[in-house]
Design a binder for this molecule. Structure first.
Ligand SMILES: Nc1nc2c(ncn2[C@@H]2O[C@H](COP(=O)(O)OP(=O)(O)OP(=O)(O)O)[C@@H](O)[C@H]2O)c(=O)[nH]1
Ligand SMILES: [Mg+2]
Length: 394
């Protein structure tokens, strides 16, 4: 086996950076580049940390600590200047150490532990990327329960279980995974609607800070404004757009307005959820046909805003896709709790069981999709075995 090294900490300057060294001759390399403090030669015992210096011949590069995490597995904790990190990596390369990415190194280390299945390795990689604590828990639960347990059950009982049953189970897991994905990766909610209805006021409310400019002038927002907002268990990227109006778009006198309208329609493409904000204190809300067409297949909540003022809007006039309404006053901050509840409900995140079996990588998803249409038990067994013990490409 070769010796590999990867920078495990994030790019840029920090107090400390960590380089991990892995391979059956890693200790030999360390003995050549590391001088322990004191007079004794370095001996690396499992779980020990040694203080000393990394040197290139007579030149000291940095004071470091070396952690021994396994027989072939060491961490070099150096100072966090990227130049120092680069010098140490170059020094290791001179000693025939191959530089790889942190992800690749994690896969190599975990793959060397034969007691771990592939889902456990994917868990270690994916957990760090989860946007919420609940998302991290969902992923962690797939190792000893969840997907790994389900796959092991399928494998053990394949001779007695009809393929139809396995396919139905796989379909259910794929469906549940759609909600899990929103909790793990977060969702994008676009705030859209006619001008001056209170979209930016709502964004500021949900973001908990004045991110977007609010005025009583129609067309205040031009470039869209993004804010992150935690509506546990969901991490939401909220996007406030320019007021959308078919007539305004057609008649937009200047280039800036035209571009603002275009950009707002375009951003709707990436919405998992659309919050259509209307002004409940006006008799008319010009909900353009173009907006309705754009969001026809999206999850939508229609927000009747400005409910602190007398109601004038006749909701029976609303098109079918906008009849799921909720009343709020973004300015007074009333009705917001109900809105949050509705957002959770609509994304199925409200009562999500964090123990449910779900897939959380494209590899797992592809295999489950194949399993839904496997025509023979031999093929089904191969797919399930791949789910548990397949190779990872990183
Ligand atoms: N009374 C009342 N006024 C509100 C409410 N929400 C917003 N407003 C007011 O409505 C006006 C427009 O608010 P904005 O949040 O800028 O509206 P917008 O939809 O972002 O407007 P555009 O960016 O022009 O499309 C401002 O004067 C706000 O103070 C509300 O709940 N009640
Ligand atoms: Mg605005």
């Amino acid at each position: 086996m070769s010796i590999f090294a990867a920078v495990m900490t994030g790019q840029g300057t920090g107090a400390i950076s960590t380089i991990q060294l892995f391979g059956d001759k890693a200790e030999g390399v360390l003995k050549k580049v590391f001088k322990p403090s004191g007079s004794k030669p370095a001996t690396f015992g499992l779980g020990q940390i040694l203080l000393g210096t990394i040197h290139d011949g007579n030149r000291t590069i940095d004071q470091v600590t070396i952690g021994c995490e396994g027989r072939n597995n060491f961490t070099i904790n150096c100072h966090g200047n990227p130049l120092i990190v680069e010098m140490i990596m170059k020094l290791l390369q001179k000693r025939n150490v191959k530089p790889i990415t942190a992800q690749q190194l994690i896969v190599k280390i975990l793959s060397s532990d034969k007691s771990l299945n592939t889902i456990a390795i994917e868990t270690a990689l994916a957990q760090a990327e989860a946007k919420t604590l609940e998302g991290a828990k969902i992923i962690a639960n797939q190792v000893n329960a969840g997907l790994a347990k389900k796959a092991a059950q399928w494998f053990d009982s394949i001779n007695d279980t009809p393929l139809k049953q396995i396919a139905a189970d796989a379909k259910k897991i794929l469906k549940t995974s759609e909600t899990a994905k929103l909790i793990i990766e977060g969702l994008t909610a676009v705030i859209a609607g006619p001008p001056n209805t209170g979209k930016s006021t709502l964004l500021n409310d949900l973001a908990g800070k004045p991110k977007a400019i609010v005025t009583d002038i129609k067309g205040t927002t031009r470039d869209y404004v993004i804010a992150q907002c935690l509506i546990a268990p969901l991490c939401i990227e909220l996007i406030d757009t320019a007021g959308l109006d078919d007539e305004l778009a057609a008649a937009a006198a200047n280039k800036i307005e035209k571009t603002a309208q275009k950009k707002s329609f375009a951003i709707l493409e990436k919405a998992d959820l659309v919050l259509v904000v209307l002004d409940n204190s006006q008799t008319q809300n010009a909900i353009g046909k173009k907006l309705l067409k754009k969001i026809a297949d999206k999850k939508i909540i229609t927000i009747l805003n400005k409910c602190d003022l007398p109601a004038k809007f006749d909701t029976t006039e609303l098109p079918k896709t906008l009849t799921d309404t909720i009343k709020i006053s973004a300015k007074a901050g009333t009705g917001i709790e109900n809105l949050l509840k509705k957002i959770r409900q609509l994304s199925d995140a409200a009562d999500f069981d964090l123990q449910s079996p779900v897939c959380f990588t494209d590899r797992q998803k592809n295999l489950l999709q194949k399993l839904t249409s496997a025509k023979t038990k031999k093929l089904a067994r191969q797919i399930i075995s791949g789910l548990l013990n397949g190779r990872l490409c990183v």
